[in-house]
Design a protein. Structure first.
Length: 257
């Protein structure tokens, strides 16, 4: 599912870059950088969260089948994407806006890997669309440890299908930002950061349906909620700086005779 998400995202990104008369060569190069950085970041962030396991068994550092964390993918992929344009001395903002228009494809497709793997499970629920996980799954193990389900039962108790919620959220954002990108009315660079503002905002509230035993918490917030607050704040600051720079550049241009 990760491979499928990256492949479709790459194709859409390169195609849209071409539509804006931007280099498909640099679009492809930046996309490959972002995918590599995302994979590395996802694994390293997961290991950071489970540092005790790494200390007791350092060999898991090289286990390509090991767990990953989406926040590491976002940070690692974003840094690698930006680094490509720094190295190649190409305009980051224009390509970043194209990327922002299709970023929603990541959670839309990638979250099905969470559903199939059984991780990122939701809280107990009685809604008609609640799902159960099989014996031995993450949700089942968590419920069995608390005595909520018989250890010999065939499945867990019903929970919110959180990965599906997050997938639908990703699809909604993809459609919304595709439309905003086609309108082409926002200053260069704003669309990219605006995606992260809205993604972080919506993700924060979806996280209230997550079983925090799956991810841990810091104070009254789950770890993913803390990450959404950080990304939301950073993206807002980035939008403010982008608009400020554009305003200053425009004012400076008006003074030139």
């Amino acid at each position: 599912m990760y491979a499928l998400a990256m492949l479709i995202g790459l194709l859409v990104f390169v195609k849209r870059s071409q539509r804006r008369k931007q280099s498909s060569y640099h679009a492809l190069g930046a996309a490959i950088f972002a995918m590599i950085g995302g994979l590395i970041g996802a694994r390293l962030f997961y290991l950071l969260l489970h540092f005790d396991r790494l200390i007791s068994n350092p060999t898991i550092l090289f286990d390509v089948r090991g767990g990953t964390a989406s926040w590491g993918a976002y940070v690692g992929g974003g840094l690698a994407f930006w680094l490509y344009f720094v190295i190649r001395r190409q305009p980051f903002k224009l390509y970043a806006d194209v990327l922002g228009s299709c970023l929603g494809l990541g959670p839309f497709i990638g979250r099905w890997s969470c559903y199939l793997n059984g991780c990122c499970f939701g809280k107990l629920s009685s809604v008609p669309w609640a799902i159960t996980y099989p014996h031995g799954s993450y949700a089942f193990a968590a419920q069995a440890r608390l005595g909520l389900v018989d250890p010999l039962a065939s499945s867990s108790l019903p929970v919110h299908p959180l990965p599906i919620y997050l997938s639908i959220n990703g699809l909604t954002l993809f459609l919304l930002f595709s439309w905003l990108w086609k309108q082409n009315k926002l200053p260069a660079g704003v669309l990219f950061w605006l995606y992260w503002v809205i993604y972080a905002f919506t993700r924060f509230f979806w996280e209230y349906l997550r079983d925090v035993r799956d991810v841990g918490s810091i104070g009254i917030f789950s770890l993913p909620q803390v990450m959404t607050i950080l990304i939301f704040s950073f993206a807002l600051i980035a939008i403010f700086i982008t608009l400020l720079i554009q305003k200053y550049s425009s004012a400076e241009g008006e003074l030139i005779p």
